[in-house]
Design a protein around this ligand. Sequence first.
Ligand SMILES: NC(=O)c1ccc[n+]([C@@H]2O[C@H](COP(=O)([O-])OP(=O)(O)OC[C@H]3O[C@@H](n4cnc5c(N)ncnc54)[C@H](O)[C@@H]3O)[C@@H](O)[C@H]2O)c1
Length: 284
Amino acid sequence: MGSSLPERQLHDRVVLVTGAGSGIGRAVAGLFLSEGARVVAFDRSPGSLSELSGLYPDAVVSVVGDVRDPGAHDEAVAAAIDCFGGLDVLVGNAGVFDGSVALEDMDAPTLRAGFAEILEVNVLGYLLAARAAAPQLRERRGSMVFTVSNAGFHAGSGGGVIYTASKHAVVGVVRQLAHEMAPDVRVNGVAPGGTITGLRVADALAGLAGRTLQFGDRADSESRLEAVTPLRLAAEPEDHAALYLLLAGDRAPAVTGEVIASDGGLGVRGLTYERRGEDGGGNA
Ligand SMILES: NC(=O)c1ccc[n+]([C@@H]2O[C@H](COP(=O)([O-])OP(=O)(O)OC[C@H]3O[C@@H](n4cnc5c(N)ncnc54)[C@H](O)[C@@H]3O)[C@@H](O)[C@H]2O)c1
């Protein structure tokens, strides 16, 4: 019966979140904490983690490191065991962007460097986290949730070819790990659409693309996202967090190998922008 479920969905669960310092990872960590979790917050930016650990001093442990470093993941899992007694959930989320740079705008050395940096952070970073967390998650029948993107399924979704390839690869990571980790661990993903964050462009491509996803100011980003999204939504990080909670907790026990889109309808639009009753006329 639903009434037998604990009120707080992650009561006493221990969760490791990569990229917990800002944006979507920060929102997920915050919701999980409010649902009773204890969180190992992993990020390469120490400043961003101090805000979270200041708010929840007894329930958050910070680990500063780079997701490309296998030793940093071992440290994060060891922190979960030492401070909270084990690990139940991995949220792989830390990522970098390619600034929407097109293939023909990169010379070969820039392409090679951008590919190495983005694939290592966005894909290898998830695999290293999963590998480090796997023994604990198997033992405690836990789950993994990875941040994908609408660029994991669609072209022209905001990313250039390197970012789009990296997020398509994450879909493969979710499916293959769901297969490998069954029956002990469920592995799923959430695919946000354009979201108001400070997502960074990879160092190798920053000279071509600028430093962050938002090229203008916040209002400019919001109006651009609202213009292209069927739900007319400029998503905030918090808008996606409930899906991570659903996949991480006990309420979707039959779901594994799936990626849930949270993209304001980008994935279903097809050719027509206009809708009935809006300026520009109805659908054809
Ligand atoms: N913002 C969007 O529109 C959007 C859309 C779809 C998917 N995503 C994905 O969401 C995830 C989170 O991004 P965000 O938009 O919240 O951006 P963000 O920059 O606010 O958060 C990313 C966090 O990851 C950390 N990080 C980056 N590289 C790291 C590394 N090598 N080692 C350790 N930590 C590192 C950053 O310091 C940052 O705190 C990424 O995987 C991104 O690809 C973002």
